[in-house]
Design a protein around this ligand. Sequence first.
Ligand SMILES: [Zn+2]
Ligand SMILES: [Zn+2]
Length: 249
Amino acid sequence: MPHQPITVAGVEVFPLCDAVGPMGEAIRRPLAELFPGADHGDSDEWVLHFHCYLLRDAAGRTVLVDTGVGPEGSPASSWAPVPGALGAELARVGVAAEEIDAVVITHLHSDHASGAVIDGLPAFPNARHVLQRAEIETAAETVLDTVVRPLGERVHVVEGRADVFPGIRILHAPGHTPGHQVVQVGDLVLTGDLVLHPVQLADPSVTYLYDDDPGLAVVTRTKLLEQVEAERGMIATAHFAEPFTRLGG
Ligand SMILES: [Zn+2]
Ligand SMILES: [Zn+2]
């Protein structure tokens, strides 16, 4: 059952379910190790969804948020379920890769960035690819070689807050990675890996094993979630089973 779109502040938001599955052996850990101190009840296996989102504003401009796990053999294939279904999901909502105007990569982890460059070529050839300067400056050479450099002049570097198009805004949300960013549309925030698992909604101070700077991630997560909650807004998550979660309702 495909995930259903919503419209927020005049922008259509299509969840694209790129993949579903547990982490592979390379990085799989019990939930109690991934999210120490959280109440996991009886569950110990984490079955992740891998969501990208397509935004289409009233003028028909399209923004893809994250590019998924990529094809067989992609950098994510060591631990994530590949191949990703992003291409099929875009086809399902009627948008061709060439029609994407902008791509926002929330951060350069392999399950968010691996669909941007396929076989050494940009998968979204007419899109500018928006990344935070801090993310590029701290990226590993292999990531620069496989994702950033092949995009060439399509890379659009921003620092902090920036508008992709009017009403579609990027906010720097560091901690998970130094240049992690989220996207805000009206009262909706597309959270990338700001929030990985629902236990972090119950308690935003729950850290994640693979956060670069867990302390900073807690500060960023707590502040942003408080803002969304105060507005009774929604988040659109990368890895929850359901794409949209309303807060403070
Ligand atoms: Zn899904
Ligand atoms: Zn990540």
